[in-house]
Design a protein around this ligand. Structure first.
Ligand code: BGC
Length: 482
């Protein structure tokens, strides 16, 4: 077996085993791993683009169809609602038809939804298009991290799933950019129609990749599973890897929804759902949504000036800080990133709260307060981008045992979309009722809770195989029951 890895690693008799087991991104099996990465990138980009594009398109849709604020709310929120239902369906589809075919299905939904929106002759059809694309986003947000986590080698798993978050942020940035450029002409149909591109790319990248080895073994296709592992992880410890998956599946053969509530799966569910909620209630989407007002306060008066500034202060910061997670998630681990990032988010929120309090109690000029607010907003977004953003998707994709992974991820992801839906709906009301200073203080309160809860409940999973993680959780559960 040592010969097979010789081409990518300088092997000596003293080379430790764990070093041999380290996969190389550009080695013999690098092509397949690169494709797995491409699947993660394209599905994340579709997620981000569809979530981000509506901000700039709404004004022009309004001008054409002339709808009221209720309909405006529907158009905005139906992607999130569609995603909630898509996430619920995604797990069942991924188990029944495979992770790969489920992603292909989501890709078709991206393309169809984008076209329906771009060609919509009426508001009703526009809303239908938003729902179709949202459903696709939800399905993909379960299937993509699952597929990637099951296909990537343990030593690179965090980086691969964080790559998915990087793609979400690139998608949001691309949406902001197309909003900015196309807003000169007001061509909203092109803004929403461009979402077909990541959909088409997802189709192209997903077709050639092999099925995830765990899914193949779960449906009895052992030979194909061996081939899949050979392609994506190389031949080092090939038999061990297959046997490990088989043993895990054999020890927990049934998969009912209620299986999520027993043993190691129950602990996994608690961690995944907890993190899914905290990712949203600490306010990321509300802050992104609110950024234009912060920018207006800082002196960016026109819509186009705000769009340009938010491209940098929100979009670029979000993308760049995600690289920190990619660099460190498999080296430092999940926990240190989460704790450091949430501390940074807390600083940003307290800063926003205090600055807004100062603004409301003094007659200070808007511009100084606004400029400070931009800094706090950037601190918040950067801290989210290297912690709760990527690490939550990583942990959700790795904590569940294989037999209930799809169901568990479905539940956690649907909860994540549900929380996003409620918070974005409530945020403008919270600002109306309590004012912005108290609203940011409430988000800071949730962040303190998130910090404490993570500290107490989230274990380190860096470098462990998915089977080792399952074992760790099962042992903990058994010990707790004893
Ligand atoms: C969250 C999204 C959020 C995005 C921002 C993702 O991890 O799930 O709700 O909009 O990060 O980058």
């Amino acid at each position: 077996m040592k010969e097979l890895v010789r081409s990518t690693i300088e092997v000596t008799d003293n080379t430790p085993d764990d070093q041999l087991a380290q996969p190389r991104i550009f080695g013999r099996w690098g092509l397949w791993l690169t494709l797995v990465g491409a699947v993660s990138l394209t599905s994340g980009m579709a997620f981000g683009y569809d979530q981000g594009v509506i901000g700039g398109a709404l004004t022009f849709m309004q001008a054409e169809f002339g709808f009221d604020s209720f309909v405006e709310g529907l158009i905005t929120s139906w992607v999130t609602l569609g995603a909630l239902f898509g996430a619920l369906a995604g797990g069942t589809l991924a188990d029944k038809y495979s992770r790969k075919r489920t992603l292909i299905f989501a890709a078709y939904l991206f393309v169809i939804g984008a076209l329906v929106q771009a060609l919509a002759p009426s508001v009703e059809i526009l809303i239908l298009g938003r729902f179709i694309i949202g459903f696709g986003v939800g399905v993909a947000s379960v299937a993509a991290p699952m597929f990637v986590a099951e296909s990537a080698p343990a030593a690179l798993r965090g980086r691969y799933v964080s790559g998915y978050q990087l793609a979400i942020t690139i998608g949001i940035l691309a949406a902001q950019f197309s909003d900015y450029v196309l807003s000169q002409e007001g061509t909203w149909r092109l803004m929403v129609g461009l979402a077909a591109i990541p959909g088409l790319l997802l189709l192209l990248t997903t077709y050639p990749v092999p099925h995830s080895p765990r899914w193949l073994i779960s449906v009895g296709r052992r030979e194909d599973a061996v081939e899949s592992i050979r392609k994506t992880k190389g031949t080092w410890k090939l038999d061990e890897a297959v046997v490990e998956i088989e043993q895990e599946l054999a020890s927990e053969p049934n998969s009912k929804w209620s299986d999520l509530l027993v043993g190691g799966a129950r602990r996994a569910l608690k961690i995944a759902v907890g993190l899914a909620i905290f990712q949203q209630v600490t306010g990321i989407n509300a802050i992104i949504y609110y950024s234009n007002e912060i920018l207006a306060d800082a002196g960016f008066e026109t819509a186009s000036a705000q769009a340009g500034a938010s491209l940098i202060a929100v979009g670029m910061v979000n993308v760049l800080a995600t690289f920190v997670a990619i660099a460190f998630v498999d080296r430092l681990g999940r926990r240190p990133l989460l704790i450091a990032g949430m501390t940074g988010m807390l600083v940003g929120l307290i800063g926003l709260s205090v600055t807004n309090l100062y603004e409301s109690t003094t007659n200070d000029t808007h511009t100084i307060v606004g400029s400070l607010s931009i800094i706090w907003m950037m601190v918040f977004i950067a801290s989210f981008a290297f912690s709760l953003g990527p690490v939550v998707w990583t942990i959700i994709s790795e904590v569940f045992p294989t037999n209930v992974r799809a169901k568990g991820m479905s539940v956690a992801t649907a909860v994540n979309w549900g929380a996003a839906f409620v918070l974005t709906l409530l945020f403008p009301d919270l600002i109306d009722w309590f004012g912005s200073s108290i609203t940011f203080a409430i988000l800071a309160g949730f962040t303190v809770l998130a910090l404490w809860w993570t500290w107490a409940n989230v274990p380190e999973t860096k470098g462990k195989s998915l089977e080792e993680i399952s074992e760790m959780f099962a042992d903990d559960a058994a010990r707790a029951e004893a």
